[in-house]
Design a protein around this ligand. Structure first.
Ligand code: KG4
Ligand code: ZN
Length: 347
């Protein structure tokens, strides 16, 4: 049995995990920084970096203690090396380098998006390649054809906002606090989506991409109109977003060719209504729908350890990244993908 230590610090979760090549999460700890960022209504990079620097080393020590192992028992150290908020990424990556050097272990510099992309395989050993992946988080909204470990073809991305960002902005407009996604989902349960007319950007469009900026502005206008209940606005927003996601994903399924499954990952994949709509879409295409358990959808270190294990297995446990590997604020999974139109495109 092989054991990999995973480290995640690219946004506002400080996380460490120990995962075996037998897909067992032996121990994992996540320290959320929600309280530190709540007064600002969003993640403040400088505060995040400082919090990671304070918390990461003790968190790793506690994770090792939880598992009853020491660094000597670990076969490799995997850390997010990008994309993300650069200060936080550097804290995690430098910590991993120090541990790898001190323990004479291989270092694995992991793409955070690859962690999300492969996380469904950690939970579901039956999920084989190729699969169509909707990766929807706070910073990304992409459809990827996952042909194998390290083999990603981007079929669509957002031309403006990420889907999780739209959830967070909606929460802010409605005064629901931070983080926004779960709060919008909760209040939407009691609302009627039919009461608030909202647009569905790029629905039915011949181009493959997503757009959520127009929907976000329409939510703001609906709130300012002062005639709709917050729960109805939340429900209408979520339904409009889901209609867009289903439409764009259906288009990608038609383009992707033969796939083994429709898969969702990233923070927004924790949303039950999004999951249900994608499951129904998959069924219409005669495909299984796979999404990791909720705790593996949002940022965590188990998915980083797992991505390291996948890379290790591909290389016969010989992979290793150099100790001067630089943290990357941007790191697209598919470097060949043409830029989507529009400004403010996320990597
Ligand atoms: O993957 P993640 O934890 O971090 C990034 O890599 O961005 O995703 C966080 C995003 C946030 O925008 C959050 O509001 C959203 O995922 N999110 C949700 C839900 N849980 C988290 N969005 C909708 N419904 C949820 N239940
Ligand atoms: Zn993430």
């Amino acid at each position: 049995m092989r054991l990999v230590l995973g480290i995640e610090s690219s946004c506002d979760e400080t996380a460490a995990a120990l995962v075996t090549d037998g897909r067992r999460i032996v121990a994992q700890r996540i320290a959320s920084q929600d309280d530190a960022h709540r007064p600002y209504g969003g993640v403040v990079p400088e505060i995040a970096a400082r919090a990671h620097a304070e918390r990461l080393a003790p968190l790793i020590a506690a994770t090792l203690a939880d598992a009853g192992v020491t660094l000597a028992d670990v076969d490799a150290v995997a850390a997010t090396a990008g994309p993300g908020l650069i200060g936080g990424v550097m804290v995690g990556l430098v910590t991993a380098k120090a541990l790898a050097m001190a323990g004479d272990k291989p270092l694995l510099a992991i793409n955070h998006l690859e962690g999300h992309a492969l996380s469904p395989r950690l939970a579901d050993p039956g999920l084989g390649f190729p699969y169509l992946l909707l990766l929807a988080s706070g910073g990304h909204c992409q459809l990827l054809l996952v042909a194998g470990v390290g083999q990603y073809r981007r079929l669509a991305t957002t031309i403006d906002d990420a889907l999780g960002e739209a959830f967070d902005k909606t929460a802010k407009v409605l005064g629901l606090g931070f983080p926004g996604g779960p709060a919008v989902e909760r209040i939407a349960l009691t609302g009627d989506p039919a009461r608030v007319p909202l647009p569905r950007p790029l629905l039915g469009s011949a181009e493959p991409h997503f757009s959520f900026a127009g929907l976000k502005s329409a939510v703001l206008r609906a709130k300012h109109a002062g005639i709709y209940a917050d729960a109805d606005i939340a429900a209408a927003f979520q339904q409009a977003a889901i209609d867009c996601v289903v439409d764009r994903t259906a288009r990608a399924l038609n383009e992707a060719g033969v796939v083994s499954a429709l898969v969702a990952a990233g923070g927004v994949a924790a949303n039950a209504a999004v999951r249900a709509a994608l499951e129904a879409l998959a069924a219409r295409h005669g495909l299984p729908f796979v999404a990791p358990p909720l705790a593996l959808c949002t940022d965590n270190a188990a998915m980083i350890a797992w991505a390291g294990i996948e890379r290790m297995e591909l290389s016969g446990w010989a992979a290793s990244d150099p100790l001067d590997f630089a943290a990357r604020p941007r790191w697209p999974l598919d470097p060949e993908a043409a830029p989507a139109r529009g400004a403010g495109v996320k990597a």
